[in-house]
Ligand binder design. Sequence first.
Ligand code: ADP
Length: 303
Amino acid sequence: KKVADRYLKREVLGEGTYGVVYKAIDTKTGQVVAIKKIRLGKQKEGVNFTALREIKLLKELKDPNIIELIDAFPHKGNLHLVFEFMETDLEAVIRDRNIVLSPADIKSYIQMTLKGLSICHKKWVLHRDMKPNNLLIGPAGQLKLADFGLARIFGSPDRRFTHQVFARWYRAPELLFGAKQYGPGVDVWAAACIFAELLLRRPFLQGNSDIDQLGKIFAAFGTPKASQWSDMVYLPDYVEYQHVPGQTLRTLFPMASDDCLDLLGKMFMYDPKARISAQQALEHRYFSSIPPPTEPALLRRPP
Ligand code: ADP
């Protein structure tokens, strides 16, 4: 049975934040696609209009490191977003114990992540929900950011769904302090958490509540001082924490190179104004020092 007279439905791929995702064939091009069916819920009509306008912007976001939004259409009260189909994601790579991640491989993955981020940030689009399973990996090894801009269009993902709790581990401190106005720094923080996860082969800061998440951050880096982050005290959920000392990045990541730790430290700056941007991060010497990043086609993928 064809959807919108064009897509042949195949199996369900999974249940995502916004609704069910299924595989389909685009009969117009023969391309395999993933269709995300988004429940529009109560405010159907209202969301529809703004959503479709914003989605038009996402369709124009074309880059080798961003998943392509091929088509978007309403169908039976749901919004359908058609994306290029991707075989696997970075979470599967990190979890696969048979895959060795060399320093050059890690550099390649984080470079592709930052390239995708910098393009979106240049167009003032934030991701807001970066995590390893949103970094999809294509057949030629290219990493592509998925779900860009969706958090802004459809509201922040519903945290009641259990599969969503993991997103907490990638949340920037300003979000955990309830910041209502935030910028591209939230994505850079998340990218830093993913960078750390590539180095450690396990999630770096695994909080089991928002408060605990802040606790995990403070235990790693020390409670932020007013001299490091002066605007912190104005955030809605800011409370004074008992001072705890941090650890050095060298202790946390004993295997990483000095260049790697220097960049990681700049991505993990507490003050979002002081945090390095995705573009500046790409210009960091970590990416020009040896070893060069592995060619995407040479990166190993899970079977
Ligand atoms: P979440 O909201 O939890 O990140 P998603 O909505 O992104 O989940 O996706 C749900 C499921 O669909 C996941 O199993 C994911 O791997 C799969 N999926 C999403 N997008 C694609 C895609 N472009 N190609 C292949 N599989 C996809």
